[in-house]
Design a protein around this ligand. Structure first.
Ligand code: KG4
Ligand code: ZN
Length: 333
């Protein structure tokens, strides 16, 4: 029994460590965000991210243990996000976790970051009913995943270019809004007319459920060039509506066709209150899981919870044989 799990997450621009008991109860969930450091670049600057992780990781570990009221000696299992992500950032967490595991003699398990976003639902009071559709919408990933159960999954579709959060960040930059752009666009869009610009979501030939968002970003740019006096709030509202309508159309179609009983959202964009409104009518048809607060961001608790379940199922590996992997498909590598 691995009662106390330490979860370490450094795949992008959050240095996050949590202590979770029995794969369910969060004792601490410390997140050091680097947003301020990346804001001048309008997006995550990978080299800066790695350096910030090396500075933050020890203080974040100390804070996570202290807040949980446990010592390192009491930790039974270490779970670390090992894929996918920025390789320099992943390596900081993975090597740190290996060092801790080896020096303390604690077992180690590497987990898939995108799977962990879906597994945030394990941390709530309610449990999903299967089959379920996982909807990952973050700064780095857009994926729809069919879950027969927690361990039998199939990637249904993904983006062929920009991730949803990335598209929000890029359009925000075009509109002169700060990074991260998602919350800024949502705020601005509240005052706008979402029908003003008839933008269209990208279509992927032969793959009706895939996503393509880079053309939409270009349409926003052209719209502004053609009519520089357009109200930014109308552009923001029209762009946001186009993206969320696209997501909800695909999710509803797939979930209906595949007989899903739950929809499980994960990733930073799932923070959007506006996105939730697109599924307000669907509450009677599916059990819907949106991660609350910090659980929508990259965090250590989801890594610990998912690591706990994966370890029960298949055990861990020897720390020295574990590698960080920058790009990896959805699966249980
Ligand atoms: O999951 P996350 O922390 O990062 C990755 O794992 O990639 O998500 C961050 C992304 C950013 O692109 C941010 O703009 C977007 O989530 N985001 C939003 C909202 N809040 C955060 N996008 C749209 N609407 C929001 N309210
Ligand atoms: Zn993420």
């Amino acid at each position: 029994m691995n009662r106390l799990v330490l979860g370490i997450e450094t795949s992008c621009d959050e240095t996050a460590i949590a202590v979770v008991k029995d794969g369910k109860h969060i004792l601490s969930n410390v997140i050091a965000s680097q947003i301020e450091r990346h804001r001048p670049y309008g997006g995550v600057f990978p080299e800066v991210a790695s350096r910030e992780h090396t500075l933050a990781i020890v203080p974040v570990l100390r804070a996570a243990l202290e807040e949980a009221g446990v010592t390192l000696e009491e930790i039974d299992l270490i779970a670390v996000a090992k894929e996918p992500g920025l390789i320099g950032s992943l390596l900081v967490g993975v090597n740190f976790a290996k060092g801790l595991a080896l020096s303390q003699g604690i077992p180690l398990i590497g987990v898939h970051h995108v799977e962990a976003h879906i597994a945030s639902a394990l941390l709530g009071d309610e449990s999903p009913e299967f089959p379920a559709l996982g909807v990952i919408v973050s700064g780095g990933h857009t994926a729809l995943v069919y879950l027969k159960n927690w361990f039998e999954t199939e990637l249904i579709s993904h983006t062929i270019d920009d991730a949803v959060g990335e598209a929000f960040d890029k359009v925000a930059k075009i509109l002169g809004l700060p990074y991260p752009g998602g919350p800024e666009i949502e705020k601005l869009a509240k005052r706008g007319d979402r029908g003003k610009f008839p933008f269209r979501s990208g279509k992927v030939k032969g793959r009706p459920w895939h996503f393509s968002l880079s053309g939409l970003k270009t349409s926003v740019m052209y719209a502004l060039q053609k009519a520089p006096d357009s109200l930014p709030e109308d552009i923001a509202a029209s762009f946001q509506h186009t993206v969320f309508q696209d997501i909800s159309d695909k999710v509803i179609e797939i979930a209906t066709l595949k007989g899903c009983r739950s929809l499980i959202f994960g990733g930073g964009v799932a923070n959007s209150r506006t996105l939730r409104e697109y599924f307000a009518q669907s509450k009677d048809r599916w059990k819907i899981f949106f991660p609350e607060g910090e659980l929508a961001l990259d965090n250590g608790a989801m890594i610990a919870a998912w690591g706990y379940h994966c370890f029960q199922k298949r055990g861990g590996g020897h720390p020295l044989t574990m590698d960080a992997v920058s790009r990896s498909g959805f699966g249980h590598a």
